[in-house]
Design a protein around this ligand. Sequence first.
Ligand code: ZN
Length: 45
Amino acid sequence: MVDFIALAVLAAMLGSAITYIVKAKKKGVKCIGCPAGGKCSGCKK
Ligand SMILES: [Zn+2]
């Protein structure tokens, strides 16, 4: 039972993380969760 709860929590966290990444990619973000706020060399083009 405890294992099931742990799995459910993990799945929920993964789901929200994936949703966040998919949404960011749809917005055209190249550097997801960038600490430089989209101004690092990886973000600029
Ligand atoms: Zn960046």
